[in-house]
Design a protein around this ligand. Structure first.
Ligand code: UD1
Ligand code: CA
Length: 455
């Protein structure tokens, strides 16, 4: 994997191969795709930002564990492959890939290897139809054989009409590759050693080079921010298609944004303008959206989440969330919980069939089963220095606008009066009310109105 390029065209302080597409770095996508080739060894050539790349790759748990090789000067893709020679060792075949991800599909790699082996080629490359072949080299082929790659500058008029471009997914016979590479010069505009110059050397020797058509959604590489956006579009539509094939309904795939690696059960319906991100896992028969963002959130079967945002939360079976709820990290909703509008929950577990229907803040709380948390209840968990816990027992009824000043407990079946500021524990089954006695002044309004007219 070639991952040492500076990525100048992105104008970024992040190494190019770590730029995310559909929620995962480009290099992550490359490493997922390469599994289709069943590599016995993975070598990653790194350069600027090497430590960041190593750290990211280590966190993905790739097997076999990649070996890193430093390319100290970025003298081109041919030079990068040469830098990996020792680490590659004595294998028979070397598959090269760009770390900035030419989006071929796993089946394209399997086809590449099949053709390469069947035709006993010295090298074989995946090619693809481009929407805008623009600056890319044109593939000149005879049947399955690659004859040449013509740069736009040297292509004839007829050749400029060719829309087939070459990716950098190339499999080589190792011995031929490393015999040819030292012969590759730098006589080009960028003064770099181009990997593709190996083809010409092999062809001159009478070796066969195969060109195997793959599918990249009309785009190759991600060299600019615009290229990243196009790649995002291509991968997003593939991800969405795969979920639909697996039995998920997407009402409007064009406005549904699902990260690579998100799991969704069959018969779940995802409504427009919904973002499913990170390590989110959704069960069967759920209804998610519209306008919902779930990040690293687990949703059990038959749950519903609408117009809401959740991060690091767990939503139980048949639970129903929103509209306009916010679940922050550490929220655990048991089965059948209802969380309604304008509710924020953080680091709290809410027991089975409990309802938090309106306008509440619940933080650092443990709430039992079948409790009802009245409108505008607040767990007052922060005293300006520390966070404190609130415990609410099964079947409790918290009156509207209760302030639960933590640390505090409401026992099983306990009740609080609306508008109370609860600072002491409420025993099981008890009522706690904290508010001034109501004063009623009879005839007040009539008196005030006549005073007003008189003045
Ligand atoms: C490259 C190919 C081009 C192909 C295209 C497909 C070459 C010369 N050109 O062009 O034929 O159509 O990919 O996407 O191979 N890198 C290094 N060390 C270096 C230079 C680059 O590791 O010294 C890495 C980069 O990080 C990148 C990859 O190699 O991941 C490709 O380099 P890039 O500059 O993006 O090449 P392209 O212009 O895209
Ligand atoms: Ca590139």
């Amino acid at each position: 994997m070639l991952a040492a390029g500076k990525g100048k065209r992105l104008r970024s302080s992040t190494p190019k191969v770590l730029h995310p597409v559909c929620g995962r770095p480009l290099l992550w996508h490359v490493l997922q795709t390469v599994r289709a080739a069943r590599p016995t060894k993975i070598v990653i050539v790194v350069g600027p930002g090497a430590d960041d790349v190593r750290e990211a790759v280590a966190s993905w748990g790739i097997t076999p564990a990649p070996i890193f090789v430093e390319q100290t000067e970025q003298l081109g893709t041919g030079h990068a492959v040469l830098a990996a020679e020792r680490a590659v060792g004595r294998v028979t075949e070397v598959l090269v890939a760009n770390g900035d991800f030419d989006p071929v599909r796993p089946e394209d790699l399997r086809a590449l290897l099949r053709t390469h082996r069947r035709t006993k080629s010295a090298a074989s490359v995946v090619t693809a139809e481009m929407d805008e072949p623009g600056g890319y080299g044109r593939v000149i082929r005879e049947g399955d054989r690659l004859v040449a790659i013509h740069e736009p500058a040297d292509a004839s008029g007829a050749e400029l009409g060719i829309r087939e471009g070459a990716t950098n997914w190339i499999v080589f016979r190792r011995a031929d590759l490393y015999r040819a590479l030292p012969l590759v010069g730098r006589e080009n505009r960028q003064r770099e050693h181009y990997l593709k110059d190996v083809y010409e050397i092999l062809l001159d020797r009478g070796e066969r080079v195969s060109a195997v058509r793959g599918e990249t959604g009309g785009t190759i590489g991600a060299n600019s921010r615009a290229g990243l956006a196009t790649l995002e579009e291509v991968l997003r539509s593939r991800i969405n298609a795969a979920h639909m094939d697996a039995g998920v309904t997407l009402l409007d795939p064009a406005t549904t944004y699902i990260d690579a690696g998100v799991k969704i059960g069959p018969d779940t319906v995802v409504l427009p303008l919904t973002f499913l991100e990170g390590d989110t896992v959704i069960g069967r028969g759920c209804r998610i959206g519209p306008s919902t963002r779930l990040l690293d959130t687990r949703v059990a079967d038959a749950a519903q989440v609408t117009f809401s945002v959740a991060e690091g939360a767990r939503i139980g079976r048949g639970a129903d969330v929103g509209p306009f709820a916010r679940l922050r990290p550490g929220t655990v909703l048991a089965a059948g919980v209802h969380v309604g509008s304008y509710v924020e929950i953080k680091a709290s577990s809410i027991g089975r069939d409990t309802k938090v229907p309106h306008l509440s803040y619940v933080g650092d709380a443990t709430v039992g089963r079948r409790a009802n948390i009245g409108a505008a209840t607040v767990t007052v968990n922060y005293d300006g220095y520390d966070k404190h816990p609130t415990v609410i027992g099964d079947d409790a009824r918290i009156g509207s606008d209760t302030m639960l000043v933590a640390p505090v407990k409401v026992g099983k079946g306990g009740v609080t009066g609306a508008g109370s500021v609860i600072t002491k524990d409420v025993p099981a089954g008890a009522l706690a009310v904290e508010r001034g006695e109501q004063r009623t002044v009879k005839g007040y309004r009539r008196r005030r109105d006549s005073e007003h007219r008189g003045s």
